[in-house]
Design a binder for this molecule. Structure first.
Ligand SMILES: [Zn+2]
Length: 362
C-alpha cells in the first residue's frame, strides 16, 4: 500500500511577516544582492570558477531560500511546496508571530497572516491538504480568544510555540491555552533545537536567572542566551500540570545535540537534548518529536534508524521537513528522498502517515 504522506512541519509564511531588522546588519545588503537571480548567478559562477564550490553552493541555496519567501502569497508558497510531494500529501503549516522579538516592524500583521491561511483552508481544493496551526506568543493580549476562534470557526488544526522568541514554555499566561489544548487534544508543535529565530532585545538582570531552577545564566549573545528558553527540561513543568498535553518537541533537539550524543562530547553531568526528549516521550504518552531540519544531515541517519527500532520511540517520531527553512541546507526533494530511502518504506510509513494521523487526530 502506498504511503499517504503527512508532512508535520512546514512554513509558508511570506517575508512580509519577517521584521525589518531580522537579519544582522552586515547581512542585509548581501541578502538584497542575492535576491536577484542575475547577481546570484554571477557570484555562483565566480566562486565555482575559482574552485570555491562550498561558497558557490551556499550562494545558490541562500538565493533559493530568499526567492521562496518572496513569492506573492502563502498560497503561492504552498503550491510550490506541493511540487515535491505526491498528489494528496497533507501538510501542517506553522505560521510565525515575530512582532514581539524586538527586531522592528513587520509589513503584514499576524492576523492578516492567519486570515490568509484561513482562506486557503476554506477552499475546497485545499481543505484536506492543509492543516494550519495558530502561533502562540504569551505577550499577545487576546491570544486565547484568537486560538479559540481559529480552532472553532476556521478549522485550524493545532498550536505552534517558539520559546527562543523570549518566553518559557511554562509561562503562566499560557495555562488557559494548555488547559484548552489538553481538553480537546489539540496538537502543539514547539521549536526544540538550539538556534533558529531568537529574541533580539535587551537581556535584563531578571532574565539572567532561571525562574524555576534559580540557575544563573551567563551573559552571552542573544543567539546563545535564548537557548535557555528552548531547553527540553522546561516542558517538565508544563507536563507535570498537563500530563496529557499532545506536544511535539520539534527537530528532536537539533543537529548539535545529536552530534554531542554521538561524539560523547558533553561536559561532566550534562545530558543531551536527544536524551532529554527520548525520556520525556517514555514518561508521557502524548509527547512526540519530529525530524524536521535536523535530518538534512546524513551523518545522523544511523542513529535515527536505531532510534526507530525502539518500540516506544517508533510511535512518537513524526516526519517533517521544515520547508522552506531547510532550503538553506538542502532541497526539499533531497530531504524527502534521502530520509525515505535510508530508513525504508515501513519506518517511513510509520513516521509520515501512521504517527501523524494520531498526532493530528485524523
Ligand atoms: Zn520550523
Amino acid at each position: 500500500m502506498e504511503t499517504k504522506i503527512i508532512n508535520c512541519h512546514t512554513h509558508i509564511f511570506n517575508r512580509k511577516v519577517v521584521p525589518e531588522n531580522f537579519l544582522p546588519r552586515w547581512m542585509t545588503p548581501l541578502s538584497k544582492l542575492l535576491e536577484s537571480k542575475k547577481t546570484a548567478t554571477v557570484f555562483f559562477n565566480l566562486f565555482s570558477k575559482i574552485g570555491k564550490h562550498d561558497l558557490a553552493l551556499l550562494i545558490k541555496k541562500f538565493h533559493a531560500f530568499l526567492t521562496i519567501g518572496d513569492l506573492k502569497s502563502q498560497l503561492e508558497i504552498f503550491k510550490y511546496l506541493q511540487n515535491f510531494y505526491p498528489t494528496g500529501t497533507r501538510f501542517c503549516v506553522l505560521p510565525m508571530d515575530m512582532e514581539y522579538m524586538q527586531a522592528g516592524k513587520v509589513k503584514q500583521s499576524f492576523i492578516q497572516q492567519l486570515e490568509e491561511l484561513a482562506a486557503i483552508k476554506q477552499d475546497p481544493a485545499y481543505k484536506d491538504l492543509i492543516d494550519p496551526f495558530i502561533f502562540v506568543h504569551p505577550q499577545r493580549k487576546d491570544i486565547f480568544d484568537i486560538v479559540q476562534k481559529y480552532i472553532e470557526e476556521k478549522n485550524f488544526a493545532g498550536l505552534k510555540l517558539y520559546p527562543p522568541l523570549g518566553y518559557y514554555p511554562f509561562d503562566e499566561r499560557l495555562n488557559e491555552i494548555y488547559a484548552y489544548a489538553q481538553k480537546h487534544q489539540l496538537p502543539i508543535t514547539t521549536h526544540c533545537a538550539r538556534g533558529g529565530v531568537f529574541y533580539k532585545g535587551e537581556i535584563t538582570d531578571a532574565m539572567k536567572v532561571h525562574p524555576k531552577t534559580g540557575e544563573h545564566i551567563k551573559e552571552q549573545k542573544n543567539k546563545f542566551f535564548t537557548d535557555i528558553y528552548t531547553d527540553p527540561d522546561n516542558y517538565r513543568y508544563v507536563l507535570e500540570q498537563f500530563p496529557n498535553l499532545k506536544i511535539n518537541l520539534a527537530h528532536f533537539g537539533g543537529y548539535d545535540e545529536w552530534n554531542k550524543y554521538l561524539g560523547n562530547t558533553m561536559e561532566e553531568g550534562q545530558i543531551t537534548w536527544y536524551d532529554k526528549i527520548c525520556s520525556l516521550i517514555r514518561q508521557y504518552t502524548n509527547v512526540y518529536t519530529d525530524v524536521s531540519y535536523t535530518m538534512f544531515n546524513a551523518d545522523l541517519f544511523n542513529l535515527l534508524k536505531l532510534t526507530l527500532q525502539d518500540s516506544t520511540l517508533n510511535n512518537k517520531i513524526l516526519y517533517g521537513s521544515d520547508f522552506y527553512m531547510v532550503e538553506q541546507e538542502i532541497s526539499e526533494r533531497q530531504f524527502l528522498t534521502n530520509i525515505r530511502a535510508y530508513i525504508g518504506e515501513s519506518d517511513f510509513r510509520q513516521i509520515a502517515e501512521i504517527n501523524p494521523k494520531l498526532f493530528l487526530n485524523l
